[in-house]
Structures are given as structure tokens and as C-alpha cells.
Write a protein that binds this ligand. Structure first.
Ligand SMILES: Nc1nc2c(c(=O)[nH]1)N[C@H]1C(S)=C(S)[C@@H](COP(=O)(O)OP(=O)(O)OC[C@H]3O[C@@H](n4cnc5c(=O)[nH]c(N)nc54)[C@H](O)[C@@H]3O)O[C@H]1N2
Ligand SMILES: Nc1nc2c(c(=O)[nH]1)N[C@H]1C(S)=C(S)[C@@H](COP(=O)(O)OP(=O)(O)OC[C@H]3O[C@@H](n4cnc5c(=O)[nH]c(N)nc54)[C@H](O)[C@@H]3O)O[C@H]1N2
Ligand SMILES: [Mo]
Length: 768
């Protein structure tokens, strides 16, 4: 049987297999009744009615659990009594809270190579992992193993390494603050900073760009700022699918008189029009038109677009000095203004217009709206962070905000919308291959050891190190490393060279099937599960996209009594590996309050953690930028002089972005539909502009192969169906992770090292 690593040549994928594809027009509106029905259907398919009710009533409620769906914040004040839910949050819960489990019998029946032929969709639907599993050397099947033996094997393997830097410790973004803090502590006590995480593939470019320009790698706005903004730009983001609760906040902004500009190569329905599914009256009266202006930018055309807009602003400012730019803010709080303006003036307006692909009148409309308003927020996500020049995208956003003085005041600021529900908290807790010196000093002081000082591997460098044989043990706290990372076949080869791969997981995924010489799966409690330690119920905490720390407590009976919490797994791992009683890992496992006491001692902003996290809506972490304090080298916010993007497409090339469908959470595929974009029953599709299709002689629903050629190296993904879509010219879109095999491991953003999975130069090859 052919091994179904996405991107692998798979003979079974013949054109006939695609016959179920159905395509309708793109939806004009997001959410509404279909979204309520879709989430109910999903819940009841996998959960008992009683569990479904319990989970939905407690989702994102004060004292309930934090939705594992995304990092959008909950309202500080009133919360909808039917749960602060959204369709895709419910799907995330239904996926986790399945009653079906898989354990010894299942893994005895199904070999690794058999499971390797299943799709991601099929793998995820098998049920929750119920017991620890071991794949022995040369074995064909996973078999049950005791927790003690599993920890002993990891400890022995780690301690046998030539140096601690031969181990890699990955984290996905669902891990709680408590587990993340202990995990990075354990890893550093073991002796390495090899702590790559999903952030390296996600908002690392935002962190890098913001840190350098405003001195903090996080956003600067609160939910209240969103409500109060006069103008919000939503760039490179599909909130209708990926952050549905953001639409409610945008709607509130509009009700207060705010305006919205959407900037995207695709007219994403959720951005343009929204019907709040939690509000029956709204469902009946048809909802709210969200975007006042839609700019259909080319992929990677954001820097030229922003330059064109700022040139128009400059022209107006020069006619009426002081009318457009906030000179008092610029003079007191920024540095680099003159150099920035000098370079801006040299940029030819027409070339910027041409490069971004947006019609000039629309650019003028956008510039006028920005000039008219003083409280501006720019929100963005993966459409800006996954390009070779992604960090420039972020810095250009900061340039615009600084010109308007729109940073550090109410209703204004920078808003990178985070992905995983605790990815921001994990970074705050020290999950970072480039730890700040202050963190290392804090750890040294409190825990009396010398933390490793040299930087560790990020995600891309960890893959290269495994491929080169320099890293030999791979440990993953959650996630799906193989499918989430770029260059799937290269990464698969890298993982296969290791001695041991270990995955702490809730569900089966492809990373469990592409393993080292030996492999372990350690099944853990999920966000929705009750967590009892030493007879007492525990809770954990998470930080959302806006720096609010809140507690999260599961409400459902765990699916198996042989699961450990992530905290317990780290504590035992440390105990077996380090042979040190400081801290007292066994006490920490029993009482999470003690972990929070330590966090308070090491991480700034967590004073009285145990008391404040118990406040009904949690607490805000301090953010200096809100007080116009910029911890940059100049102690001012920094203007940046940025080049135009350099990608040039040749005759038959397209720029490809890899995006999420409406029925997936990253590598977890809930279903095969992408309702808003009108695609049903198929994921191996390539969205193309109809005019590009006819120019290339491609028919609707024709089957093609895709090839990329970064640095002269060819990569192929076979059998994708062409679907016409109103996407910008010369741009195409496919789903992640099916096309990750086309993203060359060396195609990364400068500074952040983030895979450029939104600007892959490809050719669309007709079948012979
Ligand atoms: N239901 C659901 N929710 C999720 C997730 C999920 O998979 N499913 N994932 C979570 C995670 S980890 C993350 S990081 C977020 C991701 O949230 P998003 O960033 O919204 O996710 P993507 O699907 O990658 O969408 C990128 C958007 O950017 C646009 N885009 C692509 N290239 C460009 C460009 O060059 N310029 C501009 N202006 N736009 C561009 C695309 O058309 C698309 O609308 O969502 C989080 N929430
Ligand atoms: N081409 C392309 N590649 C991308 C992206 C893209 O847009 N395009 N997006 C990137 C982004 S933004 C991100 S964030 C990464 C995501 O990368 P990852 O975070 O590594 O991937 P996920 O698919 O979110 O991980 C899902 C797995 O996590 C496990 N899991 C779920 N809940 C829990 C839990 O509570 N505890 C534990 N221990 N495990 C759990 C389950 O086994 C599940 O299979 O992918 C990146 N890769
Ligand atoms: Mo992400």
C-alpha cells in the first residue's frame, strides 16, 4: 500500500476519486442559522447530549474552560448565556470530547503502515488515545506500555545523548501556562534551549517585527479598543472561519460608528458580511455588512499597498502640514521619521499600485478613510506572517500606525490575532528557543542552576538538525509536527533519522506514524477534561490574544482513567531524567497553585497570580506600549525603511498561499467542506482566477499537478482539482497541510525564520 504522507506520490488518487466534488458560488454571508446547525450536528455526532450541553454551557464562561479553538479574547463584561461559542469552537470541542477511545486492541489490529494509508480526516475520527503506547525498534505495531517504563525509556535515551543539545522539545500552542512553565524549566535544567514551537510557523514574524519597532512582541489593543476604534484594517486574515467571535467585536465597532477595511486576495465571506448566530433577532433581519471597503490585494502585495497609501497621505500632509500626521506623537515618541519619509518619497506611486494589484481608486478610498480617522487599529494573521518578507509587512504596518499616532491610545493600535488558544501564554512562560536574558536570570535565581545561555533550534532549524543527524531525540508537547511543518518529505526523512520520537497527544495524528527508531505516544487530558490530582480538582490558566490571563477548568469525565495531565507528564519526566528534588516535582504535580507561585517569582506581571487568576474575568498582563513606553534600543517607537518585495513571477508561474478550510483546525480535519467558499467533499483543490484559467487553457474541475522550484529544487504535489474562485490574478490557493510538501525548507522569512507558506512560487501542470 502506498504510504499516504501528504505530498507523496499516491497512485490511488485518480481523477475518478474526485467525482464527489461539488462547487457552489461563494457564500455572501457568514454564520447565521447554517452555522448553528453545523455546530449542533458536529457535537451530537461525537458526544452524548448531556456532555454536549455541559460543554457548551461552560465554554469560555467565567470559571469555565478556555475554548481550545482560537486565542480571540472573551468579553470582560457580559457573556452570552448560551456560551461564548462559535461554530468552529464547538467543532474543536466535539473533536476533543469524543467518547470513543483507542487503545491496546486498536493498535494490535492496525499496523503503522496500514494507518499510514488513512487520510488525516480518518485518523482524527478514530477516537481519543486511551493509554501510553510504545513502538519498539523494527516493530510494525504500537503496543501498550506502563507509564513508568515510558518515562524510564525517555530518561535513559535523553541521558545517553552526547550533549543535551541533541534533544529537541517542541510545543504546540494549547499547552497551559502551568505545563509550559514546568516544561521549559525541565528542558533548561536538562541543559538545552531547543524549544521550537508552533509560533515559529505562525506569529513569529509579528513578534520579531513588533519587538524591534515598539519593544514588545505582542499586540497593543484590548477588546474594548476594538469596540471603540474609528477604523479597523483587517489584513491577511479570515476571521469568519478562524476567529468567528472576532466578528461580534467588529460588529460592535460598527455599531459605535467605526469603519472596516478588509485587505485580502480572496473576498472571504466572513469578512464582508456577518450574521451573529448567538442573536436570533439578527438572524431574522439579515445581519451586518462588515467591511466598508474591500481591497483585493495580490499575495504578498501588502508592502506596496501600504506604501501607496502612505504616499497619498504624504501628498496631503505636504499640502496641509499637520493635517494628516500626528507630529506631536512622532516628535516625542518615535525615531527614524526623517529617514522613513526620505525613502517613501523615492517610491514611485504607479509601481506600488501595479505591484499590489489593487485598482487605484480603491487605494485612494482607503487612504481617504485612514486620513479622516485618528483611532486606527490594524488586525492581521497568517496572510502577513508567512512570507519571505513577512517581518517587513509587520514593520510597514507599524510605520502607518506611527504616522497616525495610533499606538498607545484607546481605540488604536496593533492587533496580531493569535492562533492557538495559549500560544501567547506559552511564549510568556518561556517556550522560546531564544530566551531573553532576564528569563534565564530569573530561573537561575529561583531554581539555583545555570541555564544554558546559547540559543536553541527553532522549528526549521530543528528539522535541519534532525536531518543532519545532529538531533536524535524528538519530544512533542502536543501538535502534529510532521504535517504542520514545511517540506513534508524532507521533514519525514528528518524524523526517521532520530533514535526516539515522543508525542504527548490527545488524538492520533500523522506524526505518530512517521517515527524514529523507537516511538512513544503519551495520552493526556484535554482542555475539556476534569483534572483531579491527589483527590483535588485542579485548574490551569491561559493567556489570550490580548494579554488577559484566565483560568480554565474542564467539565467532562476524561475518556479513560489511564491519562495523565500535561503537568503530571512533565513532572514525572523531570523526576526520572534529572534525579533532582528541587523543585519538588511530585508536590507540583499534586497542587498547581504551587506552580503558579513559582511562575509569580520568575515571570513579570504575575504578582498575586493565584489570587488574581481566580477573579471572574482573570487579569490583564501589563503592556508598556499602552503607556507609550517603548523598550526598544532607542527607547522610542521605531520607523523602518523597507524594500519592496522581491518575488517576480515568470510566464507560467503563480504565487500560491496555503490556507485553512472552514472544516479544519490546523492539521485536524473535521470534514471535507469549505462552506463559505462553496467547496464541498474535497480538499485536494486549487483555487484559481477564471481569467487565469482560460489564459492557461485549464478547464473547471480539471485535475493538475503542482510543482515548486525554490532554489532550483523541484517539489511536486500530484492530483489537485482546479476550482474557479474570485481570487486575485496570478494568485492561487490550496489547503494546508496537503501542499506543505511544496514549501521548501529553505524558503523562510528573514529574521523570524518562518516558513513562507503563503508565497510559494508554483507551476500548474496539466496531466498529459
Ligand atoms: N476553525 C479554525 N480556527 C483556527 C484555526 C483553524 O485551523 N481552524 N487555526 C488557528 C491558528 S493556529 C491560526 S494561526 C489562525 C489562522 O488564521 P488565519 O490567518 O485567518 O488563517 P489562514 O487560513 O491561514 O488565512 C490566511 C488569510 O490570509 C489571506 N492571505 C494570504 N496571503 C495573503 C497576503 O499576502 N496578503 C493578504 N493581505 N492576505 C493574504 C488568505 O486569503 C486568508 O484569508 O487561526 C486559528 N483559528
Ligand atoms: N502550509 C502551511 N503550514 C502551516 C500553516 C499554514 O498556514 N500553512 N500554519 C502554521 C501555524 S499558524 C501553526 S500554529 C502550526 C500548527 O502546528 P501544530 O500546533 O503542531 O498542529 P495542530 O494541528 O494544531 O496539532 C494538532 C494535534 O495536537 C494534539 N492535541 C490537541 N489538543 C491537545 C492537548 O490539549 N494536549 C496535547 N498534548 N495535544 C493536543 C492532537 O494530537 C492533534 O492531532 O502549523 C503551521 N503550518
Ligand atoms: Mo497558528
Amino acid at each position: 500500500m502506498a504510504e499516504n504522507i501528504p505530498g507523496n506520490k499516491d497512485e490511488s488518487l485518480t481523477p475518478e476519486r474526485f467525482s464527489k466534488l461539488r462547487q457552489t458560488a461563494m457564500k455572501a454571508k457568514a454564520a447565521g442559522i447554517p452555522s448553528v446547525l453545523s455546530s449542533l450536528e458536529q457535537m451530537l455526532k461525537y458526544m452524548s447530549p448531556a456532555d454536549a450541553l455541559k460543554a457548551s454551557l461552560s465554554l469560555n464562561q467565567k470559571g469555565g474552560f478556555d475554548c481550545p479553538g482560537c486565542a480571540w479574547p472573551d468579553p470582560d463584561d457580559e457573556r452570552s448565556i448560551i456560551g461564548e461559542y462559535c461554530e468552529n469552537g464547538i467543532k474543536a470541542i466535539a473533536e476533543e470530547a469524543q467518547q470513543k477511545t483507542i487503545g491496546a486492541a486498536f493498535f494490535k489490529q492496525h499496523s503503522i503502515s496500514e494507518m499510514g494509508t488513512w487520510s488525516d480526516f480518518e485518523l482524527g475520527k478514530k477516537g481519543r488515545l486511551a493509554e501510553p503506547l510504545l513502538l519498539k525498534e523494527n516493530a510494525t505495531h504500537y503496543e501498550p506500555v506502563s507509564w513508568e517504563d515510558a518515562f524510564q525509556l525517555i530518561a535513559t535515551s535523553l541521558n545517553a545523548l552526547g550533549t543535551p543539545d541533541e534533544a529537541v522539545f517542541y510545543t504546540s500552542g494549547r499547552t497551559s501556562n502551568e505545563a509550559a512553565f514546568l516544561y521549559q524549566l525541565f528542558v533548561r535544567m536538562f541543559g538545552t534551549n531547543n524549544l521550537p514551537d508552533c509560533s515559529n510557523m505562525c506569529h513569529e514574524s509579528s513578534g520579531a517585527g513588533l519587538q524591534e519597532t515598539i519593544g514588545v512582541g505582542k499586540g497593543t489593543v484590548t477588546l474594548e479598543d476594538i469596540h471603540q476604534a474609528e477604523l479597523i484594517l483587517v489584513m491577511g486574515q479570515n476571521p469568519g472561519t478562524n476567529h468567528p467571535r472576532m466578528l461580534t467585536a467588529l460588529e460592535k465597532c460598527k455599531k459605535n460608528g467605526g469603519k472596516i477595511i478588509a485587505i485580502n486576495p480572496l473576498p472571504e465571506p466572513g469578512l464582508l458580511y456577518f450574521i451573529d448566530p448567538k442573536n436570533p433577532a439578527k438572524i431574522l433581519n439579515g445581519g451586518t455588512a462588515l467591511a466598508d471597503l474591500f481591497l483585493q490585494v495580490r499575495i504578498n502585495g501588502d508592502v506596496p499597498l501600504l506604501k501607496a497609501i502612505m504616499l497619498l497621505m504624504l501628498e496631503e500632509e505636504q499640502k496641509n502640514p499637520g493635517s494628516i500626521f500626528d507630529h506631536s506623537f512622532i516628535a516625542s515618541h518615535t525615531s527614524g521619521y526623517d529617514a522613513f519619509i526620505r525613502q517613501l518619497q523615492t517610491q514611485p506611486f504607479d509601481a506600488c499600485v501595479e505591484a499590489c494589484g489593487v485598482p487605484e481608486p480603491k487605494i485612494r478610498d482607503a487612504a481617504t478613510m485612514i486620513m479622516k480617522h485618528n483611532k486606527v487599529i490594524i488586525c492581521w494573521a497568517m496572510g502577513l506572517t508567512q512570507h519571505m518578507n513577512a517581518v517587513d509587512n509587520i514593520k510597514e504596518i507599524v510605520n502607518l500606525l506611527l504616522l497616525k499616532g495610533s499606538i498607545g491610545k484607546p481605540g488604536a493600535g496593533a492587533c496580531p490575532v493569535r492562533g492557538h488558544s495559549n500560544v501567547q501564554g506559552d511564549r510568556t512562560m518561556g517556550i522560546w528557543e531564544m530566551p531573553p536574558q532576564s528569563l534565564l536570570n530569573g530561573l537561575e535565581k529561583v531554581f539555583h542552576f545555570s541555564p544554558p545561555q546559547h540559543h536553541g533550534y527553532d522549528t526549521v532549524n530543528a528539522i535541519k538538525a534532525m536531518h543532519a543527524g545532529a538531533a536524535k531525540v524528538f519530544f512533542a508537547m502536543g501538535g502534529n509536527f510532521l504535517s504542520a511543518t514545511p517540506d513534508t518529505l524532507f521533514t519525514a526523512a528528518a524524523l526517521r533519522k532520530t533514535l526516539l520520537t515522543v508525542h504527548v497527544s490527545t488524538k492520533l495524528n500523522r506524526s505518530h506514524l512517521v517515527h524514529g527508531k523507537m516511538a512513544l505516544i503519551l495520552p493526556c487530558l484535554g482542555r475539556t477534561d476534569k483534572d483531579f490530582q491527589d483527590g483535588r480538582e485542579q485548574f490551569v490558566s491561559c493567556e489570550n490574544s490580548m494579554g488577559v490571563v484566565q483560568l480554565s477548568k474542564g467539565v467532562l469525565q476524561p475518556p479513560s482513567n489511564n491519562l495523565l495531565s500535561e503537568v503530571a507528564i512533565v513532572c514525572r519526566l523531570a523526576k526520572y531524567t534529572l534525579h533532582s528534588n528541587h523543585p519538588d516535582w511530585m508536590q507540583l504535580e499534586k497542587n498547581y497553585d504551587l506552580i503558579r507561585d513559582y511562575i509569580e517569582q520568575v515571570i513579570p506581571g504575575f504578582e498575586n497570580y493565584n489570587q488574581r487568576v481566580r477573579q471572574p474575568a482573570g487579569f490583564y498582563l501589563p503592556n508598556a506600549v499602552k503607556e507609550k513606553v517603548f523598550n526598544t534600543t532607542s527607547l522610542k517607537a521605531q520607523f523602518s525603511v523597507l524594500p519592496m518585495p522581491s518575488i517576480q513571477l515568470h510566464g507560467d508561474e503563480y504565487l500560491m498561499m496555503t490556507v485553512r478550510s472552514h472544516d479544519q483546525f490546523n492539521t485536524t480535519v473535521y470534514g471535507l467542506n469549505d462552506r463559505y467558499r462553496g467547496i464541498f467533499n474535497e480538499r485536494r483543490i486549487v483555487m484559481m482566477n477564471e481569467e487565469d484559467m482560460s489564459a492557461a487553457g485549464l478547464a473547471r474541475h480539471e485535475v493538475v499537478d503542482l510543482k515548486s522550484y525554490h532554489a532550483g529544487e523541484e517539489r511536486t504535489a500530484e492530483n489537485f482539482i482546479v476550482v474557479p474562485m474570485p481570487i486575485a490574478r496570478r494568485c492561487i490557493a490550496t489547503y494546508f497541510p496537503e501542499t506543505n510538501c511544496l514549501v521548501n525548507i529553505n524558503a523562510v522569512a528573514h529574521t523570524s525564520n518562518t516558513p513562507a507558506s503563503k508565497s510559494v512560487v508554483v507551476k500548474v501542470i496539466r496531466k498529459a
